[in-house]
Design a protein around this ligand. Sequence first.
Ligand SMILES: [Ca+2]
Ligand SMILES: [Ca+2]
Length: 172
Amino acid sequence: MNMKSKTKKILKITGIGISLLLIVVIAYVFQRTRDRHPGYSLDLKLLAANTAAGTLKVGFAIEKITPELPDTWADADSNAQYEPEKGDTYVDGNKNGKFDAYWLAGFDNKRAANGIHDDIWARAIVWDDSASVVGLVVLDAIGFFNDDVITVRKMVAEQIPEIINIDIIILL
Ligand SMILES: [Ca+2]
Ligand SMILES: [Ca+2]
């Protein structure tokens, strides 16, 4: 095999490798960005208000949503970042052999929760004017995305329609 055909073969193999890598990257991006609720739409129109004298019913609820923190960790260099390669260690409180971390958003990366300072909550209010029912939920959370909101709306519609027929659910 001469040098020219050897170079051709290496280029061919490299091209195939790059093509396969590209296909994997495209498949990964497609999987990560696909619509998890295809066909879902939300009609934000409220029914015309009931002009007859009636009753406005309002309900409130609050629910603790603080996750359990089975494991804690020791910050060897006191930089508030869990970095086992720098000597940070965890205490396997639930004895499952892995660090069950809750990663905190903001300020920096690798910030694992190491205790509960304050509980976090979901607070809800529902208005019912007998024409429309609107629910508003406020979460102490960062990273509750549109997919999650749609999932909650579907869960409410599927699981509790006999309790209350909510026309619109707003999550903040
Ligand atoms: Ca550290
Ligand atoms: Ca654990």
